[in-house]
Ligand binder design. Structure first.
Ligand code: DAH
Length: 340
């Protein structure tokens, strides 16, 4: 073999080893490279070394010298790669990171104001012994209407009677169908169906109504339902609980008014108004649970009585924080939501 040819092979080997070892990313790749270039039996250096025998005697000193140089260079490249992997740093191109710079602050989110309100309401009512119950948002007409003393042809269904879900195989009629619940009063029924008296619960959740959005209406909103059934529960208990609640949530000076009204599932019934900027604003309804409702869930109306109420969570939240348009709560605009 000619000297030129031998030296050329050494150059190629040196270049390949330098680039391979310069890039190995883990110890496994390093070991593979070591075997490939420096392996005692089949390594590429070994192969070239064997060729040395076929170089002209006169050229051997030059060839041997260069061979030793390349061996040394590959060993050095290997040592550097090993050190780089051991110290865990991968060489970077360009400017080096400055570990003393302040970090990028994490952007922390927070609970939506309505969720914050729900937590607050649970806490206040919890102190008065009300535990939290839950019910489904997709309801059947029995829980949304019939058990609440609202039969199929009752006019009280009218403003609530919407958002039915298509039912596979349904032919006609609404019974047997499903709808988005229009009130959390459904949970009163669900709790009483499965729990003997006494019960003292609140339930917080979404309800759906065919209301056109404006500053005080939205087709989806939240209610806090309350139900207390035991022996000798009276209207005085209802008024006291709601007053204590209002004072805790809105302050000791809030003015609250009970206005005679009608709900099919309470008798007598009242609407609950709070004074807000010199106007009486309705926050919900309440009343003494109608004996027909108690009977529909198998309670004995002769031995137990109860009160119930349903308040709008958004209105409570708005009143407390001075929010004037319910739509802002659901706009998804973080500039608004971040204030709470
Ligand atoms: N469910 C009624 C509504 O959505 C509010 C309500 C009124 C709830 C009287 C009650 C109640 O529990 O007793 O308008």
């Amino acid at each position: 073999m000619s000297l030129a040819n031998f030296l050329q092979q050494l150059d190629r080997l040196e270049a390949e080893a330098a680039s391979t070892l310069g890039e190995v990313a883990d110890s496994e790749a390093l070991e593979t490279a070591r075997v490939r270039f420096m392996g005692a039996k089949k390594g590429l250096l070994k192969d070239i070394q064997k060729l040395l025998g076929s170089v002209e005697v006169a050229d051997k000193p030059a060839a041997g010298k260069r061979l030793n140089e390349v061996k040394g260079a590959i060993q050095t490249a290997f040592d550097e790669a090993k050190q780089r992997l051991d110290s865990g740093t991968t060489e970077r191109q360009g400017p080096q990171p400055d570990p003393t710079l302040p970090g990028t602050p994490l952007r922390l989110g927070h609970l939506h104001p309505v969720t914050q309100t729900i937590e607050h309401l649970k806490e206040i009512m919890g102190r008065m012994g009300f535990t939290t119950a839950e019910g489904p948002e997709v309801e059947d007409p029995w829980h949304n209407f019939v058990a609440l003393n609202i039969p199929e042809d009752h006019p009280a269904r009218d403003p609530l009677d919407n958002f039915y879900l298509a039912t596979a195989g349904a032919t006609s009629g609404l019974e047997g169908s499903r709808l988005m619940r229009s009130q959390t009063s459904t949970v009163q029924i669900r709790v009483m169906e499965t729990t003997p008296p006494p019960v003292r619960i609140i339930s917080l959740g979404r309800v759906y109504r065919p209301d056109a959005p404006d500053a005080t209406h939205f087709p989806m909103f939240h209610q806090m339902e309350g139900l207390y059934v035991a022996t000798d529960v009276t209207m005085a208990n209802l008024k006291t609980v709601l007053r204590i609640f209002a004072n805790n949530y809105l302050g000791g000076d809030v003015e609250i008014r009970f206005r005679p009204s009608f709900f099919p599932f309470t008798e007598p019934s009242v609407e609950v108004d709070f004074l807000w900027n010199d106007n009486w604003i309705e926050f919900g309804g309440a009343g003494m649970v109608d004996p027909a409702v108690l009977a529909s869930v198998g309670y004995d109306p002769e031995s137990v009585s109860g009160f119930a109420f349903g308040l709008g969570v958004e209105r409570l939240c708005m009143r407390r924080h001075g929010i004037t348009d319910i739509r802002d709560l659901f706009s998804g605009d973080l500039r608004f939501l971040k204030q709470f």
